[in-house]
Design a protein around this ligand. Structure first.
Ligand SMILES: C[S@@+](CC[C@H](N)C(=O)[O-])C[C@H]1O[C@@H](n2cnc3c(N)ncnc32)[C@H](O)[C@@H]1O
Length: 353
């Protein structure tokens, strides 16, 4: 992806400026994992700058003493020599969930912050995705109704509010889309809300909401929800995980991260059931807690502002989800459900036992 952009000189200058600014913000030595085109582009960008390189590492086994861009390439297990304040960048254009194994391996080798090349490209992707203002349309939840949603005037909960006290809490909202639930959460007087959204266009729409409402206690991040422990600095009290875990091809990873980082999760979305569309493909996955049969769904891609960022998603059955959460020491309490054309949608609050 970054390699294609390099072919356009104008974009490439802009990418370089954006990536350099992000690297400077890290204020750390950078260890690059990868020796393919993405790594080559990153090294071109930081060459001849004062950004300190902590080395180049390759996960694929190799013989001899290979060099890349004039630097020695180290095997991945030498990441254990890094200092905790170093930052590891996975130089790949793959989506975060496709890098799960690499990510986990790196985390097992060193205590450093691990980021994805896309994190360094986020400013550029905002500039690039938002070039065409005609795409800037809000969906039906908010302005699509012709309403300017003012606090207390109308309910934008999708679709029912959870029985959770948000007052004075720090809330992480995953995949806020256009901010319709954010309006409602912020109305409950939390201490702070952090929104983490993968799509630049949605990020921009939420930014409009933010200025419209003058949200002070709000932070908006552009990035992949599976990586939130690496992106969010605050201690989280509640994770609002609505309409997103069934848009993941590794929903267990997302949920494990949520359970590691906080005690209360508002978990709403589709689950596989007898109401699912017929003939759905199945996939068996074995995790530490057992073997699960997931339903597999295609995702609609980037044209649809609501879908996931990978080509498919895996849906838990509700009973499997309960078992999985229970295994990790969490209690599942459903507060509502309904059936829509895509199948069963359930709403729950999941708390540490
Ligand atoms: C179906 S909408 C849910 C919107 C809202 N949370 C709700 O429940 O009504 C899914 C949202 O998650 C975002 N999203 C999908 N995959 C994501 C990912 N891997 N990381 C962060 N956001 C993601 C989409 O861009 C979209 O805004």
């Amino acid at each position: 992806m970054i390699g294609d952009l390099k072919k356009s000189q104008i974009d490439w200058r802009q990418i370089k400026r954006c990536v350099l600014a992000e690297c400077k913000k890290l204020d750390a030595r950078i260890a690059v994992v990868g020796t393919k085109e993405s790594a080559s582009c990153l090294l071109d960008i930081i060459a001849d700058t004062d950004i300190p390189l902590a080395g180049i590492y390759e996960r694929v086994e190799f013989n001899g003493k290979p060099q890349f861009h004039g630097h020695p390439v180290h095997p991945l297990n030498e990441l254990s020599q890094l200092k905790p304040e170093d930052v590891v960048v996975i130089a790949s254009s793959a989506e975060a969930t496709q890098l799960y194994d690499t990510f986990m391996r790196i985390r097992s080798l060193c205590p450093c912050r691990v980021i994805h090349l896309k994190t360094l490209l986020r400013t550029f992707s905002l500039i690039d995705e938002l070039k065409d203002p005609l795409k800037f349309e809000f969906d039906h939840f908010l302005f699509g109704n012709g309403l300017l949603p003012l606090s207390g005037e109308s309910s934008y909960w999708h679709p029912v509010p959870p029985d959770v006290d948000f007052r004075d809490k720090t809330v992480l909202e995953l995949g806020p889309f256009e901010g319709h639930d954010t309006v409602m959460i912020l109305d409950q007087k939390p201490k702070k809300v952090i929104g983490l959204e993968a799509r630049p266009l949605n990020y921009a729409k939420i930014s409009v909401m933010r200025s419209l409402y003058n949200w002070q206690n709000y932070e908006l991040l552009l990035g992949d929800m599976h990586l939130f422990p690496q992106l969010v600095k605050d201690k989280i009290d509640i994770i609002f995980c609505a309409g997103v875990f069934y848009h993941s091809d590794k929903p267990w990873w997302l949920l494990e991260n949520c359970m590691e980082q906080c005690d209360t999760i508002v978990l709403c979305g589709h689950v596989a059931s007898e109401h699912s569309p017929s003939g759905q493909q199945k996939r068996q996955v074995t995790l530490a807690s057992g073997t699960y049969d997931f339903e597999v769904y295609p995702e609609c891609g980037w044209e649809d502002g609501l879908s996931g960022v990978t080509s498919e998603s895996l849906w838990f059955k509700e009973e499997d989800l309960i078992h999985f959460l229970d295994y990790h020491g969490f209690r599942f309490k459903k507060y509502s459900e309904h059936v829509n054309p895509l199948g069963l949608w359930m709403m729950s609050v999941v708390t540490r036992k």
